[in-house]
Design a protein around this ligand. Structure first.
Ligand SMILES: Cc1cc2nc3c(=O)[nH]c(=O)nc-3n(C[C@H](O)[C@H](O)[C@H](O)COP(=O)(O)OP(=O)(O)OC[C@H]3O[C@@H](n4cnc5c(N)ncnc54)[C@H](O)[C@@H]3O)c2cc1C
Length: 424
């Protein structure tokens, strides 16, 4: 392609599409037109938007703070302030996507369909004249440095090459690589002087030892409190829904704590995971409750537990403590009761691994935020280059936080790239 583009955006996922729209809209507002092209490696770009939230796309969350993310708090706060939840909701409304807030605080499109979100983004790109070119995997980004100022970038794909005055990198991380995210974006960032931290799968289901009994519980889900210990010291605690699977455990509480297990394990630290199936209740509280239940002497222990836990799990935990199905709460000896309380509140989960990049929702690690100007998302290593989305070393918990990161950073990057070209 001989014509020099104003902006080439590499990666047409959540961050890239947002950057394209923000850039084109700001040019329109200024009464100008910019040539903007989005290049994406995949045939079906933005596949993660469609996969998000079980096909409903959890777009954002009613309350977002830096504590919802792993990464440098102050920088994250500043970035999110640049395009916050309210701005995001208003922006989606302007795209024709009305959002609803559910009891959990998660925002979804009122249609309950991720397709609504993707269609709106793509349609707005089309209407603004932003070109989207799928099946264009970028392999190299070169800079024609001054004195040929302002710097021009050469963007080399497998088949062709482009020139651009500004480049926005939105290539995602390594999670779910079948969608096109192979981690190549970090190579492009490195070419332009950036560092990349170690990267790990995060928001990823965990695998339990083969001889454990998780498969018997497969499909069951319940509230749980997970505690992670590293080298004998309790470092993380999360509460939420746990799902038993045929290979281990999943569900929001597991996904949220998984990054900490994965990173500590990769560093060869001793990591242990314990589960309190009566989330939030201490040993003493549970013992008191069981003692009280014993005052109704005819109640079976299994039934007492099943009043608060799924029946299958209640029975299993009783059997683990060698309490047969005919034992009544009033018959429990103190030491058996305490053993049962221990199992209920400190169940040891023998984690042996995680399900890998194919099952990870996000990447922990990436380009350090310190290498980016948080106001504009412009690279501090390479002027004219902008970075946004999952490729940065910031990852959020389950609940719409990662999408919000993509919308916020994509918006700031697109806006700033356009502004730098529109300024007289
Ligand atoms: C199953 C699943 C469910 C999820 N659900 C939610 C949810 O409900 N809410 C939430 O907040 N987050 C969710 N996430 C996380 C969320 O999808 C990501 O945070 C978000 O998509 C990141 O956006 P991005 O634009 O940075 O990267 P991506 O969406 O990954 O887009 C990157 C794009 O770059 C392209 N690309 C990569 N390398 C190149 C290259 N060299 N040249 C050209 N193009 C390239 C890829 O093809 C891809 O289309 C989910 C993730 C998964 C996997």
């Amino acid at each position: 392609m001989s014509q020099v583009q104003d902006i080439v955006i590499v990666g047409a996922g959540a961050a890239g599409l947002t950057a394209g729209i923000a850039a084109a809209e700001s040019a329109r507002l200024a009464g100008k037109e910019l040539h903007i092209v989005l290049l994406d490696a995949a045939k079906r770009f933005a596949a993660k938007i469609l996969a998000a939230g079980g096909g409903r796309c959890n777009v954002t969350h009613e309350r977002i703070t830096p504590d919802d993310f792993a990464g440098p708090r102050n920088l994250i706060r500043n970035v999110l302030a640049g395009f916050d939840v309210n701005a995001t909701i208003a922006w989606f409304a302007s795209l024709g996507v009305d959002l609803k807030c559910e009891e959990t605080g998660k925002f979804f499109p009122v249609t309950d369909s991720a397709r609504t979100v993707l269609d709106a983004l793509v349609n707005r790109c089309r209407r603004l004249g932003v070109t989207i070119q799928p099946q264009s995997r970028v392999q190299e980004i070169l800079v024609d440095l001054p004195p040929a100022a302002p710097a021009t970038f050469t963007i080399r794909c497998e088949q062709d090459q482009w020139q651009a005055r500004r480049v926005v990198l939105c290539t995602g991380g390594k999670s779910m690589p079948s969608t096109g995210t192979t981690g190549q974006g970090w190579q492009l960032a490195r070419q332009r002087g950036h560092t990349v931290t170690d990267v790990h799968p995060a928001l990823v289901p965990l695998v339990l030892a083969e001889n454990f009994w998780h498969a018997e519980m497969s499909g069951l889900s319940h509230e749980a409190q997970l505690s992670l210990s590293v080298d004998g010291k309790r470092t993380q605690q999360r509460t939420g829904s746990l799902l038993w699977t045929h290979v281990g455990i999943s569900g929001p509480v597991v996904l949220d704590i998984s990054r900490h297990w994965v990173i500590a394990h990769a560093a060869a630290r001793k990591v242990e995971l314990h589960c309190n199936v009566l989330a939030g209740e201490s040993f003493d509280q549970v013992e008191h409750w069981l003692t009280e239940q014993g005052k109704m002497p005819h109640r079976l222990v299994d039934n007492v537990l099943a009043s608060r836990l799924p029946r299958r799990l209640a029975d299993k935990l009783s059997r683990l403590c060698r309490i047969t199905n005919d034992v009544r709460a009033g018959q429990l000896r103190r030491q058996d009761r305490r053993a049962l309380v221990h199992t209920l509140t400190e169940l040891s989960l023998p984690v042996t691994g995680h399900r890998g990049w194919d099952h990870a929702e996000i990447t922990a690690g990436g380009v350090p935020l310190q290498e980016i100007d948080y106001r504009t998302m412009e690279s501090r290593k390479c002027p004219g280059l902008y970075l946004a989305g999952e490729m940065l070393d910031v990852d959020g918990r389950v609940g719409g936080f990662n999408m919000q990161w993509a919308w916020s950073t994509g918006h700031l990057a697109g806006l700033a790239a356009a502004k730098s070209l529109l300024q007289p």
